[in-house]
Design a protein around this ligand. Structure first.
Ligand code: MCA
Ligand code: AMP
Length: 476
């Protein structure tokens, strides 16, 4: 039997295909029937273009229902979906293009769908084995170069089915979708839960607190990064009545501060359900739907996930299970480095487990900043800064930020006689990198603290600049 993920997801679509899938801000709707028909057109068009099973199809575009139609069409055609953040600069995209070698690169899904109308729709999903690739998700590496996490049809299906069950999704849900759809959270976690239950989504192009607040009155479940919740709490209109339609608020992609969890409960009477995930494994652990949700804990491993801590009490989290990725695209060395001999993936997150299995994440062994739910790899930013005139060396760190969780800060040593300032360095960085990766602040120093090996001691820098954005608590 084919394991094509499209067929699995479509099996969850409502029997009455006239039912809505997307509830749009202008009051209009897109039905499941329209989604299904568009996916068939896209798949037919891709096949007619000569796209073979396993070929990559890239999509770099602003969020839209048409983008989702393209995603499903790519799956149906048996090709490999490659989503890219529209904020990436041309230089960043050149790298992904060269590395992933996509057969088709789509930047305007509306125009692509219009072209696809000329093709004959593909009735049946192209047969795929569970181990065949469904998507490649680029996630930056410690060397400053992104690597593509290869996710198979089987891995994505296993995770989607586990989440659908764990979070109790049903046809009577309405999911508020305000996340971007070029990352695992908005693309797989949110969409797959909706599709498997055949429920509609309140579809917002991006997070705007007033629009989310309005959307909540029509929704039952919301998924977001912690910044969504701090921004909702900053809106005085967000109160108990605003949340009363909701059965579930889910948070992930970055640590949810216990203070946010508590403030949310005080304001609404509801406890946010925190879960933990990664591009390489989709969702790994979740607090329980029924049972205690504890601030600062990411809950229990999902069914099928084996999780262990490499250390006596606290250590790096390692995982094994059906939703773990198949390796890094065209990078067997890095793949080998990140798996143990017995097949566990080394996440780079540091944590501990209670005797009953509950997981707590306390930090990261990897040099990674998470700003508003987006990963920023310091090395990538340092490489860019070090090339700029006026800078002899830089160290990029994340420090507590009241809105974004962590804010990117560059600590730089200027070149002797070089003339540069904070604003121009930030502007230069933004020309070369997606805006979310650029430092929000630059601090000039004469020297960087180093250990005996000459390595910059970033922990000292993080302590020194902890109050730069006026936030009190950091990574829990
Ligand atoms: C936008 N900017 C940012 C960020 N987003 N800077 C730092 N960090 C960010 N996250 C830039 C913008 O380009 C803008 O610059 C300026 O900062 C201020 O933007 P603002 O209007 O405040 O931002 P926004 O458009 O409202 O976006 C903030 C956001 C957004 C809503 C928090 O970043 C977001 O939707 N984040 C979700 C990320 C996500 O889905 N992560 C999941 C990864 P200018 O205006 O000058 O251009 S998947 C994952 O991590 C795993 C698997 C998991 O567990 O889920
Ligand atoms: P990504 O590479 O975008 O998939 O980001 C994955 C990383 O986000 C993980 O390795 C964690 O460091 C972090 N992360 C995701 N969810 C949580 C959470 N609930 N608590 C703490 N960190 C998280």
């Amino acid at each position: 039997m084919s394991a094509n993920l499209y067929a699995r997801l479509a099996a969850g679509f409502p029997a009455d295909r006239a039912k809505p899938c997307f509830l749009l801000s202008d009051g209009s709707e897109v039905s499941y029937g329209a989604l299904e028909a568009a996916a068939a057109q896209v798949a037919g068009h891709l096949v007619a273009l000569g796209v073979e099973p396993g070929d990559r199809v890239a999509l770099q575009a602003e969020k839209s229902p048409e983008g989702v139609m393209v995603y499903l069409g790519v799956l149906k055609a048996g090709a490999v979906f490659l989503p890219l953040n529209p904020a990436y600069t041309a230089a960043e995209v050149d790298y992904f293009r060269a590395d992933a070698d996509p057969a088709v690169f789509i930047t305007d899904p509306v125009a692509f769908l219009a072209q696809a109308q000329g093709a004959s729709p593909l009735a049946q999903a192209v047969p795929r084995a569970a181990s065949d690739l469904a998507a490649i998700i680029y996630t930056s590496g410690t060397t400053g170069r992104s690597k593509g996490a290869m996710l198979s049809h089987g891995a994505l299906a296993a995770n989607a089915l586990a989440l659908h069950e764990t979070w109790g999704f049903s046809a009577s849900d309405v999911l508020l979708h305000a996340l971007p759809i070029f990352h695992v959270h908005g693309l797989f976690v949110a969409l797959h839960c909706a599709f498997l239950s055949g429920c509609p989504m309140v579809w917002l192009p991006r997070f705007v607190d007033a629009e989310v607040l309005a959307g909540l009155s029509r929704a039952t479940v919301m998924m977001g990064v912690p910044t969504f919740y701090t921004r909702l709490l900053a809106n005085p209109g967000f109160s108990r009545p605003a949340a009363q339609h909701m059965r579930l608020f889910i948070s992930g992609s970055a640590p949810l501060l216990p203070s946010t969890f508590q403030e949310f409960e005080d304001r609404t009477g509801v406890r946010i359900l925190e879960r933990y995930g990664m591009s390489e494994a989709v969702i790994i652990t979740s607090n329980p739907l029924h049972g205690e949700r504890i601030a600062g804990s990411v809950g229990y491993p999902l069914p099928g996930v084996e999780l262990r801590v490499a250390g006596v009490e606290t250590g790096v989290i390692e995982i094994r299970g059906p939703s773990v990725f198949s390796g890094y695209w065209r990078n067997p060395e890095k793949t080998a480095e990140d798996f143990t001999a017995d097949g566990f993936f080394i996440t780079g997150d540091v944590g501990r487990r209670d005797p009953d299995g509950r997981v707590w994440i306390s930090g990261r062994a990897k040099d990674l900043i998470i700003s508003g739910g987006y990963n920023v790899y310091p090395k990538e930013v340092e490489l860019v800064l070090d090339e700029l005139a006026g800078i002899s060396e830089s160290a990029v760190i994340g420090v507590p930020h009241p809105d974004l969780g962590e804010g990117v800060v560059a600590v730089v040593i200027g070149e002797r006689g070089g003339a540069t300032d904070e604003a121009s360095l930030i502007a230069e960085a933004r020309r070369r990198l997606a805006a979310y990766k650029a430092p929000k602040r630059v601090v000039f120093v004469d020297d960087l603290p180093r250990n005996a090996m000459g390595k910059v001691q970033k922990n000292l820098l993080r302590e020194r600049y902890a109050a730069l954005f006026g936030a009190t608590a950091g990574v829990r």
